[in-house]
Design a protein around this ligand. Structure first.
Ligand SMILES: Cc1cc2nc3c(=O)[nH]c(=O)nc-3n(C[C@H](O)[C@H](O)[C@H](O)COP(=O)(O)OP(=O)(O)OC[C@H]3O[C@@H](n4cnc5c(N)ncnc54)[C@H](O)[C@@H]3O)c2cc1C
Length: 406
């Protein structure tokens, strides 16, 4: 899988086709093993799903065409973990705001990172597994799920480093780096997500599931849950816009959702014959962190955006533009040059892109241009069920699949 993340939808579709035969009982049996970079027991689809070069719906549909749900249940549930985390955070934006605040306080110029932190992210903890994983993450932009759990556990409970700095290190380097999946998985390991329930990495578990590649000594033997101020009650998920936009419409894609064709098929008023006259895209991966994103993440995001804009422009039959930056003024210039009445954007869940879209909405509004958000049925149907733990959510999966016609 190493070096296999080519940032196009076509490459994502190839990865999917290659994986589908293994998505049934093989996946359920083998998925927890991290056998090293050539692993084929997991899909390697996360960078594609995260940017919606592929959609959750089409990945699940392809798997269910080949396997009955009873065999592919585990894989389908894993895809729904992504949906669950996003729906959960959508109802608790305060968790994201606190994470960003804490991180700003810990990062320069407000905070000065400790020597131990600097050593950890340089791969010099002296714990061979951790040091190898740091290099693997930096070199490939990817870590296996089990390894992410061990890494976060050792970071928090053995090294005693702040959760926020570990989550930030992941978020800067993971090609699939996602505000909800990353932040909430770190919180889950730390005993914040399921209050009091922590995840403790042990040498025997690591040795067993890395097929003996690692068996680190000196790991923490207890994991006391972190604590936090109580959270406000969950917020309702805002209803999705349903009224079609009028006048001259421009579609502005961004790094949360790069598959215009399937968006059009859900929102027919956007499709051919509509007032859609222009297509553009902008991305800002550096907004992930006070320290910006890694070069690998920047490159992947830029190429994925280009691919998304090109496909959308072909779909619409108009030239598409990749905007040179994600500043509101640049999007405003584009809207003015195309004489747009409305800019349509795919919904951006809680995270940096949403922050950017809120600023953009205000800037466009002051020039008399409306911003309309379109949300996918997949999210609209599933997110409200992510109000509590994953287990009640999981019970809903068969019903959600039926509602999706799957
Ligand atoms: C500390 C930590 C941080 C993480 N950060 C991220 C992140 O930033 N972005 C991200 O996409 N995933 C994150 N994950 C979840 C998971 O590790 C990755 O999604 C998975 O390893 C991706 O590899 P894959 O595509 O081969 O997964 P597969 O096992 O093939 O799973 C298929 C798809 O299901 C989804 N998925 C699988 N497991 C999870 C999970 N536990 N949570 C959410 N979605 C899941 C992914 O979209 C994945 O592509 C994190 C997990 C941990 C423990």
């Amino acid at each position: 899988m190493e070096g296999m993340f080519i940032p196009t939808r076509a490459a994502g579709l190839e990865t999917l086709a290659d994986f589908v035969p293994r998505a049934g009982r093989d996946y359920a049996r083998d998925r927890n093993h991290d056998t090293g970079a050539s692993r084929d027991n997991v899909s390697g689809l996360s960078p594609y799903l995260r940017h919606r070069l592929l959609t959750e719906r089409e990945v699940v549909a392809a798997v269910l065409e080949r396997h009955p749900l009873s065999s592919a249940e585990k894989f389908v549930q894993e895809v729904f973990w992504r949906t669950y985390w996003k729906g959960w955070l959508e109802q608790r934006p305060e968790v994201w705001r606190r994470y960003r605040r804490d991180l700003a306080e810990l990062s320069p110029p407000n905070g000065s990172p400790s020597h131990d932190y600097e050593e950890a992210i340089a791969g010099r903890t002296g714990i061979d597994a951790m040091d190898a994983w740091v290099h693997e993450l930096i070199d490939t932009g990817y870590l296996h799920n089990h390894t992410r759990m061990w890494f976060a556990s050792i970071w928090i409970f053995t090294l005693g480093l702040p959760l926020q700095l570990g989550a930030d290190f992941f978020y800067r380097h993971l090609l699939d780096g996602d505000a909800a999946s990353n932040t909430l998985s770190w919180r889950w390991v730390a005993g914040l997500q399921t209050a009091g329930k922590t995840y403790l990495a042990t040498a025997s578990n690591i040795s067993r599931f890395t097929d003996g590649r690692f068996s680190p000594s000196g790991l923490a033997t207890t994991a006391r849950a972190l604590v936090e101020d109580s959270l406000p009650s969950p917020e309702a998920i805002p209803t999705a816009h349903s009224a079609p936009a009028e006048g001259r419409i421009g579609l502005l894609l961004h790094e949360e959702d790069l598959d215009a064709a399937s968006l059009f098929s859900e929102h027919l008023w956007l499709g051919s014959g509509s007032g859609l006259v222009a297509v553009a895209g902008s991305a800002d991966p550096d907004a992930r962190s006070p320290l910006g994103a890694s070069d690998a993440v920047r490159d992947f995001t830029a190429a994925a955006l280009e691919d998304g804009v090109e496909r959308a422009s072909r779909e619409v039959g108009r030239p598409g533009r990749v905007l040179p930056d994600a500043l509101p003024s640049t999007a405003l210039e584009w809207a003015a040059s195309e004489r747009l009445d409305t800019v349509v954007v795919p919904h951006s869940p809680v995270g940096p892109v949403q922050e950017r879209m809120l600023t953009l909405e205000a800037a466009l509004g002051s020039e008399g241009v409306a911003l309309t958000t379109v949300r996918r049925r997949w999210d609209t149907l599933a997110w409200p069920h992510a109000a509590r733990g994953f287990f009640p959510f999981r019970e809903r999966i068969p019903g959600l699949l039926r509602e999706q016609g799957l």
